[in-house]
Design a protein around this ligand. Structure first.
Ligand SMILES: [Zn+2]
Ligand SMILES: [Zn+2]
Length: 367
């Protein structure tokens, strides 16, 4: 394993006798199946089937079917069931935010990650050392899920999807106002908003409602199940209708949410002269928007931006930072310059749901 030199260990707590300290890499370590906790005999967000999986959130690259036992929040388990069917795991156990559970020699506690409904950071404590695996997270407000919680720890494992200083997402509410302005400007055209079907779509709808948009919002078939699930968990989303069966002319002046890949497919022919929008943190990059043929880029991300990542790392008080899936180098460099021990984790198998590539087969079909 990389970076397992002794200088990486215990640096943040020099006052404690080393006898009560465990080296963090003895608690959690990256293996091909994912992050492995040997003393607890489980993996976090495993990318291959394992005996016991602890899962941060429902996105398909983190929550995969075929594990023996799965420990996750109720919402994450429900989303896995919706997506994969009742037999997605040998057994399941739901855990609430703030609840503690002992597995082998370690104690686990779940905290909100602010990423999507049910998303959790997992604090893994063994003896005197606490490691927080944050999965995907954002510190920006989101009406559709519990707000991100700062969890003090010794080692913080952070994502780096937007780990470059150029990424500053701004206020998602302003982006939704751009969409509403476009609808007002082009009443004869349909607006087709590409948004990942778990989390992003519901957040865009909730932001539209918060901005006062109360007309029906239309859904691509792939969005329906998960969106209805959000509603069943108390997230109010207003008047939602399936777009299927609508007459083309009746879609003028309306907003439809669809998976990102559907917005560049022949499926769009059912809409009158559609304005194609795309809600993603990547829309900060003009070239990406152009490349995808996006007419109306909306910078709305479910991941922390550069300021969010660095502020969160600071706030945890962790002396050691492990950086995973995304643009690790700049963030590792930033940490090192601040005197923190930091290294990339080199975990593989985590896609970027913002690009829509992580969508499982069958969810992205004509509907
Ligand atoms: Zn995610
Ligand atoms: Zn991810």
């Amino acid at each position: 394993m990389r970076g397992s030199s002794p200088r990486m260990t215990g640096k943040n707590r020099p006052d404690r006798p080393y006898i009560t300290q465990m080296r963090p890499q003895d608690i959690l370590m990256p293996v091909p199946a994912g992050l492995c906790c040997k003393p607890g005999r489980f993996h976090i967000d495993p990318v291959r089937p394992v005996e016991r999986a602890v899962i941060t959130h429902g996105h398909s690259d983190h929550a995969r079917p075929g594990h023996g036992a799965v420990l996750a929040t109720r919402a994450t388990l429900d989303m896995m069931r919706l997506r994969y069917g009742d037999n997605f795991a040998g057994s399941t156990q739901a855990i609430a935010y703030g609840e503690t559970i002992k597995l082998g020699d370690v104690t686990l506690k779940f905290h909100p990650a602010g990423h999507v409904l049910g998303s959790a950071q997992i604090a893994v404590s063994c003896k005197d050392t606490c490691i927080v695996a944050s999965g995907d997270y954002k510190d920006a407000p989101d009406p559709t899920c519990a707000p991100f919680e700062v969890v003090p720890c010794d080692v913080f494992i952070t994502e780096a999807t937007f780990g470059l200083p150029v990424f500053r997402h701004g206020d998602a509410g302003d982006e939704v106002k751009k969409l509403m302005a476009s609808v007002a400007l082009f009443p004869e055209r349909a607006h087709l908003v590409g948004a990942y079907s778990l989390g992003k779509a519901q957040r865009v709808i909730a932001l539209l409602r918060a901005a006062g948009y109360d007309a029906p919002i239309y859904l691509h078939g792939a969005m329906e199940k998960i969106t209805r699930y959000y509603e069943s968990r108390g997230v109010a989303l207003g008047d939602l209708r399936p777009v299927k069966g609508m007459r083309k002319a009746d879609l003028a002046g309306t907003i439809t949410l669809a998976p990102p890949s559907a917005t560049s497919d022949i499926w769009t022919r059912r809409f009158p002269d559609p304005v194609t929008a795309f809600a993603s943190g990547w829309m900060r990059v003009r070239a990406r928007a152009r490349q995808r043929g996006v007419e109306l880029p909306l910078v709305i991300s479910d991941h922390a931006d550069w300021d969010g990542l660095t502020a969160t790392i600071d706030a945890t008080g962790a002396g050691e930072i492990w950086v995973t899936h995304g643009q690790e180098d700049a963030l590792v460099h930033w940490c090192t310059a601040k005197g923190l021990a930091a290294r990339p984790l080199d975990l593989v198998g985590y896609g970027d749901e913002d690009e829509g590539e992580a969508m499982p087969a069958g969810e992205d079909t004509e509907a």
